[in-house]
Design a protein around this ligand. Structure first.
Ligand SMILES: C[S@@+](CC[C@H](N)C(=O)[O-])C[C@H]1O[C@@H](n2cnc3c(N)ncnc32)[C@H](O)[C@@H]1O
Length: 222
């Protein structure tokens, strides 16, 4: 599948390498060390890497720069897992490469991803991970997805600025596409998001956030 040209990311850059979406008026990752936030919120928040095992399926709302994928690839080592991400406004390979210059550790493992992405390929291997990015609005693409995730990374822009990626109907689809005992984690503790995830059947709890943020959220599907 090739990348569509009408729905691309619209970007501004802060400090040279931090992409900020002009469509959503929000940065792609924490300005206080995005890689550390990824590890705290999405990996530790889902009990990873401890839960990883062959065939483990991670799914993500909001692929962005692929930083979460790269952090997962580093954490997974040689455990063969799957990572599926949903993205409506893909960044180009040069834009992603520029953003990743802020994270040398992630950039160091990014070559197979950047090469595939530059060729318009949305399925590729990175380390032991089979990755797929499903392009389009997640409100349409997730209901059609055949997979079920063991762990979800909910990483839209802030719920105030990107409410469509956090709505109750979409959270119900997240739950419907979660294996029994599966989990989610997200950096936000916004009330309507937590209520939507609880209504969808997750046992939701608050946990300490990253770098001065009081709370994040995580949960498990019984
Ligand atoms: C905070 S960024 C994700 C950062 C990313 N996980 C990373 O590692 O760089 C949020 C992403 O959600 C995407 N997005 C926003 N609305 C969407 C929608 N309705 N469907 C799919 N993706 C969406 C944005 O284009 C953006 O790439």
């Amino acid at each position: 599948m090739t990348l569509p040209d009408q729905s691309q990311a619209a970007l501004d850059w802060r400090d040279g390498s931090t992409p900020v979406s002009t469509r959503f008026d929000d940065p792609y990752f924490s300005l206080a060390n995005g890689l550390a936030e990824t590890r705290h919120v999405f990996l530790a928040g889902n009990g990873l890497p401890e839960r990883l095992c062959p065939g483990f399926q991670i799914a993500e709302l909001g692929f962005g720069t692929g930083l979460n994928l790269l952090a997962t690839a580093i954490a997974a080592g040689d455990v063969p897992i799957r990572f599926t991400s949903f993205e409506a406004f893909p960044m180009s390979a040069p834009e992603i490469a520029r953003a990743l210059t802020a994270f040398p550790e992630a950039l160091a493992v990014a070559a197979p991803f950047l090469e595939a992405w530059g060729q318009g390929r949305t399925r590729f291997s990175i380390g032991a991970i089979e990755a797929e990015v499903i392009l389009g609005d997640a409100r349409q693409t997730l209901p059609a997805w055949q997979g079920r995730a063991d762990a979800w990374f909910l990483d839209g822009f802030s719920p105030a600025k990107n409410p469509e990626l956090w709505g109750e109907d979409l959270m119900a689809e997240v739950a419907r596409h979660t294996a029994p005992g599966g989990t989610f984690a997200t950096y936000t503790a916004a009330g309507f998001v937590r209520r939507g995830l609880a209504a969808a059947g997750f046992a939701v709890e608050r946990a300490p956030g990253h770098a001065g943020k009081r709370h994040m959220s995580r949960g498990v599907k019984p």
